[in-house]
Write a protein that binds this ligand. Structure first.
Ligand SMILES: [Fe+2]
Ligand SMILES: [Fe+2]
Length: 249
């Protein structure tokens, strides 16, 4: 019998040179405790080059596969291209509407990810109506949702995980001011998850939210922003249960 696949999950490291050592020591045990490390964006604090270099030193000792999406803070200084190169240089698989497949103990886990964007939830979700600015704004959210939809639909792995920076559901925002909700994510991001299904959804960005929620179909969603989980990472096991085995036959 195969053992569960162990994921180490964290987002919102907001790495700075001053926090490099603490983050490095905090993440190091993931080498022994987990099979794959997922990083859910806001990896740097302001997207500065020195923060990217500090992040490289944080991640360099990690020997297990690392899979990441970027967050809004990573974009702030306009150096995303440099940051992507730095992350790639230390072995991070960066997802920008794409997928990475990790093989663990003869099983496969596919991780599909994108940064995502804002727009609000359900009935009150922003629609592409009126001014071009509004259309462009919500178009960004739809673009990432569509990319994830295609990548997730094409994925044929034993397990499937979806990762965004922005929140695809409201549940994990509890504790944030209601006025902020439309800027913390959008239910548009949950559409590919509901359409194709997956084993787990991971996001960050909502520093004052809660860790656990689920989609309307009951798929677990975890907000793993570091200020929420209050530790360097959380562990999540992917394992088959009777229901999943039945569905896969
Ligand atoms: Fe953040
Ligand atoms: Fe963020």
């Amino acid at each position: 019998m195969t053992r569960p696949i162990r994921l180490a999950l964290v987002a919102d490291l907001h790495c700075r040179p001053e926090t490099q050592q603490q983050l490095r020591e905090g993440l190091a045990p993931a080498n022994d405790e987990a099979d794959v490390l997922l990083l859910g964006g806001d990896l740097c604090n302001m997207g500065r080059a020195e923060e990217g270099r500090a992040l490289q030193e944080v991640l360099r000792p990690i020997r297990i596969p690392m899979v990441a999406v970027l967050g809004n803070h990573d974009y702030h200084s306009g150096l995303v291209g440099d940051l992507v190169a730095m992350l790639t240089d230390v072995g991070v698989h960066l997802l920008q509407g794409s997928a990475h497949v990790a093989r663990v103990n003869g099983e496969t886990v596919g991780i599909v990810g994108a940064k995502g964007f804002c727009g609000g939830y359900g009935t009150y979700c922003l629609t592409p109506f009126g001014e071009s600015g509004i259309k462009q704004f919500i178009g960004e959210t739809r673009h990432d949702a569509q990319a994830v939809n295609e990548a997730l639909g094409a994925l044929q792995t034993d397990y499937r995980v979806v990762m965004f920076h922005y929140a695809p559901i409201r549940d994990t925002l509890f504790g944030e001011p209601a006025e902020l909700y439309p800027f913390l994510g959008s239910s548009i991001l949950a559409e590919p998850v509901e359409q194709h299904g997956c084993d787990l959804v991971v996001h960050g960005h909502a520093h004052h939210g809660v860790e656990d929620g689920e989609t309307q179909a009951g798929i677990p969603v975890k907000n793993v922003a570091m200020p929420v989980i209050k530790r360097p990472y959380v562990l999540h096991s992917l394992e088959r249960n009777g229901k999943r085995r039945k569905r896969r036959r």
